[in-house]
Design a protein around this ligand. Structure first.
Ligand SMILES: O=P(O)(O)OC[C@H]1O[C@H](OP(=O)(O)OP(=O)(O)O)[C@H](O)[C@@H]1O
Ligand SMILES: O=c1cc[nH]c(=O)[nH]1
Ligand SMILES: [Mg+2]
Length: 209
């Protein structure tokens, strides 16, 4: 079963409070999501493998470490996942970005796919699927399934806020995928919104409501 990591660094938790606050403006919401994404990227890249090379300092030659192994790919789930991309790229600027467009049908809560565009070398990359909200888990599961159906094997899921229902759903369908979140909230309401959550992440990021 996939592990769940809660990124409980005080800076992340502090900023998440203002992300939740309904009085936070679109501009501030966008900036805070960006900042938290950078901080979470620090945690999610903790297990990137290193290799030793030699470096010549002004006074000596020494062994020193550099990142080795697989390259990264970021896969935001549109729209809301876009809000987290730049914050992660700040730490891993060589990562490539693929997009999966999904929206949740408001009646059935089932994800509807409308766009997929992936880097040509996606199969060689370790992927981070990005979405601020993991509610029923339908969208994350559909995105991961879309990647696996194209041959991708290595991926993590990164969300700001998860409902227990969403975590359970991903663990059931994709037990090989570890999940990184800033918070696990209480439950889903009748409309599939995370409680207490932050409302509709896409609308708050883009000012569409
Ligand atoms: O776990 P789930 O129940 O699938 O819900 C989570 C999904 O819902 C939201 O997307 P939404 O449908 O609002 O699309 P948007 O990002 O375009 O606003 C959110 O960004 C996730 O993608
Ligand atoms: O609470 C929720 C649930 C799904 N999507 C959101 O943006 N927010
Ligand atoms: Mg939305």
């Amino acid at each position: 079963m996939g592990k769940v990591f809660v990124c409980d660094h005080p800076l992340i938790q502090h900023k998440l409070t203002y992300i939740r606050d309904e009085l936070t403006t679109t501009k501030d919401f966008r900036e805070l999501v960006d900042e938290v994404s950078t901080l979470m990227a620090y945690e999610i890249t903790r297990d990137i493998p290193l290799e030793t090379i030699q470096v010549k300092t002004p006074v000596a030659i020494t062994d020193s470490k550099v990142i080795s192994g697989r390259m990264l790919g970021l896969i935001p789930i549109l729209r809301a996942g876009l809000g987290m991309v730049d914050g992660i790229l700040r730490l891993v600027p060589a990562a490539k970005v693929g997009h999966i467009g999904l929206y949740r049908d408001p009646e059935t809560l089932e994800p509807v796919e409308y766009y997929v565009k992936l880097p040509t070398d996606v199969l060689e990359r370790e992927l981070i699927v990005i979405d601020p909200m993991l509610a029923t888990g339908g969208s994350a599961n559909a995105a991961i399934t879309a990647l696996k159906s194209r041959g991708c094997t290595q991926m993590k899921l990164m969300c700001l806020i998860a409902a227990p229902e969403g975590i359970h759903a991903v663990q059931q369908m994709h037990p090989d995928v570890d999940i990184y979140v800033a918070a696990i909230d209480n439950y889903l309401n009748d409309h599939g919104y995370i409680i207490p959550g932050l409302g509709d992440a896409g609308d708050r990021l883009f000012g569409t409501k």
